[in-house]
Each structure stands twice: as C-alpha cells, then as structure tokens.
Design a protein around this ligand. Structure first.
Ligand SMILES: Cc1cc2nc3c(=O)[nH]c(=O)nc-3n(C[C@H](O)[C@H](O)[C@H](O)COP(=O)(O)OP(=O)(O)OC[C@H]3O[C@@H](n4cnc5c(N)ncnc54)[C@H](O)[C@@H]3O)c2cc1C
Length: 548
C-alpha cells in the first residue's frame, strides 16, 4: 500500500468519482467494486480499517441456519431470499481468499430423536437452499461418531449430532485484503481519516467531504462526484451530517465473544448450541488455536459499554456448559471481543435478534448521499455491488457489471493447500509460525520472509506463547498502514485475540518497532504502550482475570 503521506496528497489534489466513507467490510467492498469498474475511488475510515463490527464477528461465512428457521416459521419470503443470497455469496468469499476463509463442519448435538429429525430436516433444507453452492451434504452422525469428533461433548443422553457445513474466515484480515486489493487496483485508502462535514454545490448536493486526519490532527478536503456512506452503526451520524432532516434508521445491537485455549474443547468441528434461554443459537468454534464462543444480542442503550462484561461472559457459559463434559469457567478465558451489529430498524419488530440481516441502499435525493445500511459480513460483496449500481445510476451512466465475484484478494495469488508447510521448509520456521503467517498473509508472507536472511532477529516471537513474529509487525507498519499498537496486535496479527496477556507482553515490542519505523520520540512510544496496556488491563479486570 502507498504511504499515508502519499495517500493524503493524492486525496486532496484530485477529484474522485466516488468517496466511500467507512473502511469496514461494506466500505472496503464498495471501494473495490467501484475501482474495478473503472471509477476513481477513495476509501476513508475514521479509525483503523476493520476496527468496528468487521473484526468483532463470529467469523462465519454463512447463510444463517437460524434465519432460515425464522423464515420458515414466519413464512417470511424476504428472510428466505436473504439466506439464499448469503449462501451464494459464501462460495465467492471462500474462493476469493482461500488463505483467509475455508469450509467447516458444524455439529448440532441432539439428545432426543424428535430433535434429531427436526434438525436433520432443517439442515437438509439449508443444503437445498444453497443448491449448487452447498459445501458438504448434511448428515446424521451416530453417538459414537459424534463423540469421536467432539470428545468434550456431554455424553449423557446423547443420541448423536446433525452435521452441516458453512464457512469460517478471518474477518479483520479479510477486510485488510479487500483494502489492499483495492489499492493495488489504483484506489486511494486512508485510515484515521474521519469525515467531519461536507461542502455543497449551489443545488445543495454534496461536493466535498471535510476530513480530519487523526494522525497529524490536520484537516483536508476530498472532492468526489458521489459519496457513499458505509459507516455501519455510524450511518445515522453521517446521514445527519449530509442532511440534518433525515430520521434515524439504525438499531445497533451489541454482541460479545470469549476465547479459550483450544484444548478446553478438543476437535476440529464447530459446535452449534441450538437453543439459548433467549431463543437464539450460539457457537463454539475452533479458531486459530483458540475456541471462539459467541455471541450475545443486546440492543444498544446509553449504558452500553464496548467491553465484554462479566454478566455477558456468564450468559455465554450458561448456554454452552450444559453441552460440555467439563464445564468451561470464566477464569479460563484468554480474551474476548465486543462489537455492534449495524442493524436497520424494521416496523413492528421488538427485539434486535428478530431483525432481518438484510441490507438496503438508501438515496437521499436532497444531498445526493448514498447510504448502504444493514447486511452482514457474508453479503458484503453483494451489498457493494448494489451500492455501486446505485452510484452509476445516480451518475447517469450505464450500470456496468460488477467484477468482484471472481476477484482473488491480496495474498490469494499462488496460495495453495500446502503453502504453510512450504513456508516452514523454505524458511526453517516452527510449524505454528508458518501456519499463522500463511493463514494471515497468504502468499504475501513471501514479501516479508526474505527479510529474515538479513535480519534474523525479526524471527523472534512478539510474545512467548503467540505465533506472531516481529517481521510481520514491520511488514504491517511499512505496507499495511498500521499506525498504532492496537492496529498491529489486534487486526494485523491477531495477537490480541490469541490472548490479552500475550498482547500485554507484545505491546513494548510493537511500540519499539513503531517508534523505529516511524521515528517516534521515546515519550510518544511510552504513551502508546501505556495507553494500550491500560486498555487490556481494563478488559482483564472486567472479567476478574489475573494478569499473570
Ligand atoms: C457480534 C457480531 C457477530 C457477527 N457475526 C457475523 C458472522 O459470523 N457472519 C457474518 O456474515 N456477519 C456477522 N456479523 C455482522 C458483520 O460483522 C457486520 O455486518 C459487518 O462487519 C458490518 O460491516 P460495516 O462495514 O457495515 O460496518 P463496520 O465494520 O462497523 O465499519 C464501519 C466503519 O465506518 C467507520 N466510520 C464511522 N463513522 C465514520 C466517519 N464519520 N468517517 C469515516 N469513517 C467512519 C468506522 O470507523 C468503521 O470502521 C456480526 C456482527 C457482530 C457485531
């Protein structure tokens, strides 16, 4: 990616066709789609790319078995169509970045024959809705087979499990790969660039965005023919900036996850807990040497805090533990995630868990702002396609074909199934490090690993337990617009998800490399380390976890 300075110079000098506001899944998808159609596009995010909902998901590339159940029970055609199109999108998402997304088996344990039949029929319907894009046919597994694949399952009264397939992915890295692919296609991307206002033409249409640079604290103006608001839960604020008359549309809901060591629930398959006390489902998914457990669904209120709270952790364990041979305890958690779903309000619905995860492209005819609202990660490509179609219509030009269905993302080129073992052999890496680099960077790992020959010190792990090494931090600072310790340890390398304690240990290393690469003063480095570690200590305190 180009440097921040180059991007700001490019941003303020030229007029773009499209200015996409928001660099989560939706905005990054819109930017890539626009640029590939030949429209000069700029992507701006107020924080880091993927720093909001797009790195806090359950990391499922799915149609949603629960949404299909809801669609059937309430004969809701809209919800059925949403599941169908998400299942179609699932195959594109998996194919375009095989280093970041892969098919997985999910098991629904059953403790009565009537439930076995109910879930098997449901999953067969899920297969049928997926049609040609189905990953593996669903099936019933005997009790013995179920316990062989999931030895940690509560065996008392167990009849077996219904197995079905869906995808899993690395959400933060997928977002970064979209941004990188966009930049390589000629686009301009800038993180820490908040749209704080607009300039208008004589007809009251948007002419330029006033942008605050969070790094230099400066301000610049970006001119564009069309402005796309892809700010997730921030959409109402940007809509109000463009046109204060617009009524609010968003109904955000908070969801949290906990991560545990993988050994606490061994096996390769994901567990779906089919019924929670509030009538939802939760997942326990093996994810990058951890077990990811989630999620909750609570409407945003003024009292909502963006941390995993003790009672949320206890809720998750209360739903999961009846299915486990050995119950998990909160003290075993190694980290967690909290995020806000950008749900769109619908008439008559009372609970956020019942709101359809569909999307809507909204045009404000007064200002010309085009907002893309709602949706989910799995449908980001389709959302982007619909949005850029609308942009072209509003420009009065021909709607050209979207080129993103078969668009390999950065890191996918030259990536194959044996890539991790090839890296391990070629660069004499420990197996977990090779797997980690291959899974996070795909073939882009080949851009940093030759550095180890000159700089063997960069092969050091950033903290003793985690598989991330110093070279990838340097790479992320130089080529992936990482500006802060959190950018490095949360989204670029995933150390923060691997463990808050590992991230605490890695913070000084990340601070030192940032200081060296960016010429920070010792005081700036010390401030950055203490700010980040204070945040992590807050997370640990919240769940009454020790630092050691
Ligand atoms: C707990 C949870 C679990 C989920 N699980 C799944 C799942 O398993 N599978 C799935 O498909 N989906 C899942 N989702 C949904 C999915 O994560 C979201 O739909 C998706 O990430 C939304 O992306 P987005 O780009 O619209 O929003 P966001 O990721 O929130 O991005 C919006 C961006 O806009 C930026 N922004 C805001 N205001 C401004 C401004 N003024 N100027 C510039 N930038 C601005 C923000 O900094 C932010 O980065 C889940 C969501 C949550 C919360």
């Amino acid at each position: 990616m180009e440097s921040r300075k180059d991007a700001i110079t490019a941003a303020s000098r030229q007029k773009f066709d499209i200015c996409v506001i928001g660099g989560g899944a939706t905005g990054a998808g819109c930017a890539l789609d626009g640029q590939l159609r030949g429209l000069r596009t700029i992507l701006l995010d107020a924080g880091d790319f993927a720093s909001a909902a797009s790195s806090a998901s359950t990391k499922l590339v799915h149609g949603g078995v629960r949404y299909l159940e809801q669609a059937v029970k309430s004969l809701n055609l809209g919800e059925y169509r949403m599941v169908k199109s998400a299942l179609r999108e699932r195959q594109y998402m998996l194919a375009n970045a095989p280093h970041l997304a892969h098919p997985s088996h999910f098991l629904v344990p059953v403790y009565s024959w009537s439930k076995a039949l109910y879930y098997l029929v449901g999953m067969k319907m899920y297969d049928a809705v997926a049609g040609k894009s189905n990953l593996f046919p669903s099936s019933f597994l005997s009790r013995d087979e179920t316990l062989r694949r999931m030895p940690g399952l509560n065996s008392k009264g167990l009849r077996g499990a219904v197995a079905y397939s869906d995808g899993q992915f690395d959400d933060a890295r997928y977002d970064l790969a979209l941004v990188e692919t966009f930049v390589e296609a000629g686009g301009t991307a800038l993180n820490y660039a908040r749209v704080a206002g607009f300039e208008y033409d004589k007809q009251g249409k948007l002419l330029a965005a006033v942008v605050r640079d969070g790094v230099s604290a400066g301000e610049f103006v970006v001119g564009a023919r069309k402005f796309v608001n892809a700010t997730g839960t921030g959409a109402d604020k940007v809509r109000a900036l463009a046109n204060p008359q617009l009524a609010s549309r968003m109904r955000p809901s908070k969801g949290v996850h906990l991560l545990f060591p993988a050994g606490t629930f061994p096996g390769k398959d994901a567990l779906l807990v089919p019924h929670t006390e509030d009538g939802r489902v939760i997942f326990a998914v093996p994810w990058q040497q951890r077990l990811l457990v989630g999620t909750t669904d609570d409407e945003l209120t003024p009292a909502t805090r963006m941390v995993v709270e003790k009672q949320e952790a206890d809720y998750l364990l209360r739903q999961l533990n009846p299915y486990l041979q050995t119950p998990l305890r909160r003290e075993q958690a190694v980290s967690g995630l909290a995020g806000l779903r950008p749900l769109v309000a619908a008439k008559g619905e009372t609970t956020t868990s019942k709101l359809i995860r569909d999307h809507e492209v909204e045009l404000d005819s007064t200002s010309g702002l085009i907002s893309i609202l709602g949706g989910k990660w799995t449908t980001h490509r389709l959302m982007a396609q619909d949005t850029i179609d609308a942009v072209q219509r509003e420009m009065g030009s021909r709607v050209s074909a979207s080129l993103t269905r078969q668009q390999p993302l950065a890191g996918a080129e030259g990536y194959g199934q044996n890539f991790a073992s090839e890296l391990q052999r070629e660069y004499a890496l420990p197996a977990d490090v090779a797997r980690h680099l291959s899974g996070k960077f795909g073939s882009r790992a080949l851009r940093m690993l030759p550095w180890l020959r000159e700089n063997p010190a960069w092969q050091a792990r950033v903290s003793s337990g985690a598989p991330a090494i110093e070279a990838e931090l340097v790479y992320a600072i130089r080529f992936e617009m990482a500006e802060t310790i959190e950018d490095l340890l949360a989204r670029r390398t995933g150390v923060e998800m691997y463990g808050w304690r590992e991230a605490l240990a890695a913070a000084p290393v990340a601070g030192e490399l940032l200081a060296r690469e960016k010429g920070w003063s010792p005081a700036k480095k010390a401030d950055a380390v203490s700010e980040y570690t204070a945040k992590l200590r807050g997370f640990l305190r919240e769940l009454e976890l020790s630092e050691g």
